[in-house]
Design a protein around this ligand. Structure first.
Ligand SMILES: Cc1cc2nc3c(=O)[nH]c(=O)nc-3n(C[C@H](O)[C@H](O)[C@H](O)COP(=O)(O)O)c2cc1C
Length: 191
């Protein structure tokens, strides 16, 4: 898939088929992450892949979904993620720009996932202490974000905003994501 095609096609997915993702594919997503740009090339990131069936539900219980949609936004039984990548900060490693680095690494995961036909949701709303206990994360690591993964079971589309940036679902369950217009965000030589 061409890069621009993946960028345009990528949408947050919150409903997934209950089909496992092979560990080779999950490893490829982490490979994409580790190749991301990083301030000072310090790469403070590490990635915990979670696909153990016994861990999926406990991890799910620490995550919040689609705040604008209320209960409707949360994956139901039969549509929950089949794997996660927890993005960790190795605190022993120096970093000038950790948040930007994690963002770059995560975007690589999301785009590589699109390329492989996998849907993803970048999750910042994480009960981090609870999740650290569940995953037995050592004290010198912090959990920054979680990426939820699975083959998509919903359609999501981006469209130019019409006065409201809140995403919404239509009566057919299609998820709509308003994006600010190119003419509004693009400045040329002066603002
Ligand atoms: C830093 C960050 C945190 C996010 N946290 C959550 C979250 O906790 N739960 C969720 O359902 N979606 C979360 N999202 C996904 C956004 O809601 C989504 O990216 C946005 O609605 C735009 O949709 P798109 O990704 O399809 O372009 C997060 C995205 C980012 C970048």
């Amino acid at each position: 898939m061409e890069t621009m095609e993946a960028i345009r096609k990528r949408r947050t997915i919150r409903r997934f088929l209950q089909k496992p993702i092979s560990f080779d594919i999950l490893k490829e997503l982490v490979d994409a992450a580790r190749l991301a740009p990083s301030g000072g090339n310090l790469q403070p990131w590490e990635f915990l892949v979670i696909d153990d069936k016994n861990l999926l539900e406990p991890v799910f219980s620490t995550l919040a979904w689609a705040a604008y949609l209320g209960q409707e936004g949360k994956p139901k039984e039969g549509e929950k993620p089949v794997a996660y990548i927890a993005v960790l900060h190795n605190k022993k490693m120096k970093s000038f720009t950790p948040q930007a680095d994690f963002g770059a690494a995560i975007e690589n995961i999301l785009l590589a996932a699109v390329d492989l036909g996998i849907g993803s949701c970048w999750i910042g709303s994480v009960q981090r202490e609870k999740l650290a206990e569940i995953l037995k994360i050592p004290a010198d690591y912090s959990i920054e974000y979680v990426v939820a993964l699975g083959y998509p079971a919903e359609t999501a589309i981006a469209e130019d905003e019409k006065g409201d940036l809140k995403y919404w679902r239509d009566k057919d369950g299609i998820h709509h994501v308003p994006k600010r217009r190119l003419e509004e965000v693009l400045h040329h030589n002066r603002i």
